[in-house]
Write a protein that binds this ligand. Sequence first.
Ligand code: PMP
Length: 460
Amino acid sequence: MNAADNTPKRSALDAQDIGAHLHPYTNLAAHEDVGPLMITRGDGIHVIDEQGRKYIEGMSALWCSSLGFSHPRLVQAGIDALKTLPYYHTFNHRSNPAIAQLADRLIQLAPAPMAKVFFANSGSEANDTAIKIIWYYHNAIGKPAKKKILSRQRGYHGVTVAAASLTGLPANHQDFDLPIARIGHVECPHHYRYANPGESEADFATRLADALEQRILQEGPDTVAAFIAEPVMGAGGVIVPPETYFEKIQAVLRKYEVLMVADEVICGFGRTGQMFGSHTFGIQPDILTCAKALSSGYVPISAVMVAPKIYEAMAANSGKIGTFGHGYTYSGHPVAAAVALETLKVYEDEQILAHVNQLSPLFQGRLRGYLDRAYVGEVRGVGMIGAIELVADEATRQPFDPALKLGYRLAQYAQEAGLIVRAMGDAVALCPPLIITEAEMAEMFARLDRALDKLQATLP
Ligand code: PMP
């Protein structure tokens, strides 16, 4: 912002940030010039910066803040929990009331029968835990060779060593010496980009399922343990699976006894119009990971749900060894648990799913309206998540030269217009707080219109 505004003087805070803060997912060298967008407050669907500028958070920050940035019930739940029991752990049979209730509630909400819930602090930790459970389970059932995990190109599953290996994006591997062994990637189900000319969504899905089967046969079915997928790919570009995709993929997985892991870190808790993306796309996961909207992003918490057959083998094995040797200091943190439990109650009390289903046709309709504009190649989305992708040539789908950084520029212009969106290559994503009203949505799109007008004025 500072660079764009030519602001000559930096605040003391900005100077401290530039001086000492090593930022995640940031061009580190550029940060020294660009400086931080210092967000100091949140209010409903808005965040407010140091200078008092107010932005519509069109991304729910990092796909998290489904109830916005100032929900009084979540704040109160946090305060009450801090006053009562600010910390305790859950190792060695310890528990706390909120985490017991939260686990029970998650089992009720799950899209497939689940036995137990393990808690962690982030999506990455949840997926890392899922990998460890997959390995532990296969050792427990006497299949120690069945350990490989297949993920997808452009899938996003986090950044810890193992989760980053699952992630199928080059920046997460390059120069980090990743992926680790026993993790492989299969095709990305993006019909617009990867389907053959004239290939229907269903035919494309069949081809991807066949390719998955070939890959399993090539690896050796006795070595492939699990397949992990986001119901809708988020950070990889908001990619909605083609028709019949998960049905066909799961048929292959069942044939070779490969576990299905649903990464619901973005899709969970209403984003796609049902409680989980697995409901929307007919996924029957053996393991489900979730985070983000579990607490509306107010406190760090994530969860891993495991199906009964997995839990039973784990329990038997840990009984032999003496303990299940995995857990985080903050697994089941009582403050995080209380806020998450309250978040789930608010979803119910405020009928968030009904609200999403009422407003999502408008949201998706407005997005699809952008197809009438020049250079908009594809619009995609479901529920309250979507993206528009810019292309140099709509007929041939030819992308722009990446050096033009069009997605990034569009996001910058949106920010100048008071709207935060996320650039992913030449696509920009929208994932607004689920509590957004019709009037706020109109304002959000009015700002995006202004940003697009400005960008398009710079193109031939
Ligand atoms: N899985 C998905 C689908 C995600 O979108 C993310 C985060 N964007 C993660 C996992 C990793 O979560 P975290 O950043 O909390 O580690």
